[in-house]
Design a protein. Structure first.
Length: 59
């Protein structure tokens, strides 16, 4: 089936990905969202704080 094979290039990739995700049971969708939130939280926590213009010496 076309859904079980790799797409060549990026054409249609977004739609194929949406179809694959739509077929997942709700429990798997929620698990995916929880994992994505954990990654987001980790990236936010490890991000260096922005330096203000005053700290850079700008007025």
């Amino acid at each position: 089936s076309p859904e079980r094979s790799w797409e060549a290039g990026w054409d249609g990739h977004d739609q194929a990905q949406l179809r694959r995700f739509a077929r997942l049971p709700l429990s798997q969708k929620l698990e995916w969202l929880e994992q994505a939130q954990e990654v987001s939280d980790h990236l936010s926590a490890s991000r260096k704080p922005d330096v203000s213009p005053i700290e850079r010496g700008e007025q």
